[in-house]
Design a protein around this ligand. Structure first.
Ligand SMILES: CC(C)(COP(=O)(O)OP(=O)(O)OC[C@H]1O[C@@H](n2cnc3c(N)ncnc32)[C@H](O)[C@@H]1OP(=O)(O)O)[C@@H](O)C(=O)NCCC(=O)NCCS
Length: 143
């Protein structure tokens, strides 16, 4: 069953401006080390950050909280599989929220997809609950 969906569109130019203005203060408040490493070694640094910004916003919507409720940005992080496929990694308050919204006897899977086409970066997040009995290896949708 679907527990939540969220989407967000981020302006890459706005993120580039914030990076220029606030530098490490912005980077370290919002992005994990993994996210920073990925972005900083790319030619399109701002675009890479903007996709991850959009992912965090979209994830907070899928969690049904928004960012006002005290979820820290770094508690919703994007990690890429070797294939390049992105995944959301939740910690702290976000992980607790996910656990609370997951029905008994189920586990949650977070699906995320990212894209960018200058000046826009977009993320869509879907949170799905699967019966605990379904083994991840049997469920092709979990990738
Ligand atoms: C997936 C792919 C179609 C993306 O196409 P694109 O138009 O260049 O890129 P978009 O701007 O629309 O999307 C980029 C995002 O797609 C996502 N993505 C990349 N590979 C993906 C995959 N295998 N499955 C799902 N999503 C993927 C990533 O989130 C990426 O952004 P990020 O790297 O900042 O996290 C393209 O990269 C591709 O064909 N990859 C094939 C696999 C490959 O070459 N892997 C390299 C491994 S080193």
């Amino acid at each position: 069953m679907i527990l939540g969906i969220g989407t967000d569109l981020a302006n890459i130019e706005r993120i580039a401006g914030t990076l220029e203005r606030f530098g490490d203060r912005f980077r370290n408040r919002v992005f994990t080390e993994i996210e920073q490493r990925k972005a900083e070694r790319r030619a399109d640094t701002a675009g890479t950050y903007a996709k991850r910004w959009a992912a965090k916003e979209a994830c907070s919507k899928a969690l049904g909280t928004g960012l006002r409720m005290g979820i820290s940005w770094k508690d919703m992080a994007v990690v890429n599989l070797r294939s390049g496929q992105p995944q959301m990694h939740l910690t702290g308050w976000a992980a607790e929220r996910l656990a609370k919204m997951t029905p008994p006897g189920h586990r949650s899977v977070i699906h995320v997809t990212l894209t960018d086409d200058h000046p826009w970066a977009q993320a869509i997040v879907v949170i799905e609950a699967l019966p605990e009995a379904v083994d991840a290896g049997d469920d092709k949708r979990t990738g």
